[in-house]
Ligand binder design. Structure first.
Ligand SMILES: Cc1cc2nc3c(=O)[nH]c(=O)nc-3n(C[C@H](O)[C@H](O)[C@H](O)COP(=O)(O)OP(=O)(O)OC[C@H]3O[C@@H](n4cnc5c(N)ncnc54)[C@H](O)[C@@H]3O)c2cc1C
Length: 359
């Protein structure tokens, strides 16, 4: 059994910032990431971020990951394990990890920050398992990480920010986007993204959904139809699109089964996109010494995930005896940054979700 001070699970923006903040406070930190590279979702994001300067607005996601890694590299009290997945968190505080799918061992940390992010929601429709049907994250990974075009002609399902941004990136990569659908009567993403896409001639069909995929060995067609106010397909409104890719971008769900396994109290909060941990203002869950940050505590944005990470890392380090002299100033600065980020009208629903889980 290996001992550790603070273990950060997940090396996305929330986890990297938690590690930086805890290391700055003097804690010995072990970051565990299942992928080969750190950065989480950021490594596939080639677009410039919105938000405020403190959270790298106008920088590209991939560059933000690089900047956070440079910061982390300045500390000699941080150890990083990549290609290592945390597979269990147990009542006695032990966590179990699997390295490269064959080396299994246990770690007993004094405290943990769980920053495991979120996973993509799927859609149920006939033939939704045909090759050529991808989640938007997979399409981004193919194009932006591996330089592979997913196909020639795409139907995008979901007009939230992710659907709109990925559609734009597909067009930049030389892929035709036949249309963007959304079952909701309004476009969910920022209008600046939607206008850009519309100017490029891509129709955005609200109150529409994909009814069926057609194809033998791969997608050849998509049948879409209009939906009524209860999201039921309206017979007779079907249209066909000749496409070889259907990209599903209908939202994310917090990935936090490790917290449930550990016994943290969870609550279903639609505004935060799924089951999330009940926590205090320090991001400590109902299980002492277990903290959480980022999309795992509710799907939001990288900007909020980073600040939550800084705050959770600071408080987790303090909990195990590493309290810096400027603890109060740092904490109130992070709280203020989060309040500023959530001050716009778009964040009202997030705040109404957070109200339900903070004790
Ligand atoms: C297309 C797209 C565009 C976006 N644009 C913006 C934008 O413009 N501005 C913005 O602020 N946000 C944007 N976001 C949102 C942003 O990317 C996320 O909110 C952010 O990445 C969440 O950070 P996180 O650290 O919580 O999770 P993630 O970035 O998902 O990182 C979680 C990490 O944990 C690892 N992990 C999971 N489980 C385990 C385990 N058991 N063991 C070890 N490691 C594990 C994962 O591999 C991953 O690296 C966008 C998202 C997408 C998909």
């Amino acid at each position: 059994m290996r001992e550790a001070d603070l273990v950060v699970i997940g090396g996305g923006p929330a986890g990297l910032c938690a590690a930086i903040s805890a290391a700055e406070s003097g804690a010995r930190v072990l970051v565990i990431e299942r992928n080969k590279v750190l950065g989480g979702q950021l490594v596939k994001q080639t677009h410039m971020f919105f938000g405020s300067e403190k959270q790298y607005a106008s920088d590209r996601g991939i560059d933000i990951a690089g900047m956070l890694l440079n910061k982390l590299g300045c500390f000699n009290n941080v150890e990083i394990l990549t290609e290592t997945t945390v597979v269990g968190m147990y009542e006695d505080g032990v966590i179990s990890v699997l390295h490269k799918e064959d080396v299994y061992y246990k770690i007993k940390p004094k405290a943990v920050v769980v920053s495991t992010g979120a996973f993509e929601k799927a859609l149920a429709f006939p033939n939704n398992d045909l090759p050529g049907i991808y989640g938007a994250g997979a399409v981004q990974t193919l194009m932006n990480v591996h330089g592979v075009k997913p196909g020639d002609k795409v139907l995008m399902v979901g007009a939230g920010n992710i659907g709109l941004i990925v559609s734009y990136q597909l067009i930049q990569a030389g892929v035709e986007v036949a249309a963007i659908l959304d079952a909701a009567p309004r476009i969910g993403g920022y209008l600046v993204h939607a206008s850009k896409i519309r100017r490029m001639g891509v129709p955005i069909l609200t109150s529409h959904t994909v009814k069926e995929a057609i194809g033998k060995d791969f997608v050849e067609k998509a049948i879409v139809s209009q939906v009524d106010e209860k999201f039921r397909p309206i017979a007779g409104t079907e249209k066909e699109f000749d496409v070889d890719v259907i990209c599903i971008s209908v939202g994310l769900t917090p990935l936090n089964e490790l917290l449930s396994m550990r016994g943290c109290q969870m609550k279903y909060v639609p505004q935060l996109s799924g089951f999330v941990p009940i926590r205090d203002e320090n991001y400590e869950t109902t299980v002492e010494y277990v903290f959480a940050a980022g999309d795992a505590t509710g799907v939001e944005e990288a900007s909020a995930a980073m600040v939550e990470g800084y705050l959770a890392g600071l408080c987790a380090a303090s909990k195990i005896g590493c309290t810096p002299d400027d603890f109060d100033e740092r904490k109130s600065d992070y709280v203020k940054q989060l309040n500023d980020l959530r001050s716009g009208p778009v964040s009202r629903h997030i705040l109404s979700g957070i109200e339900q889980i903070v004790i």
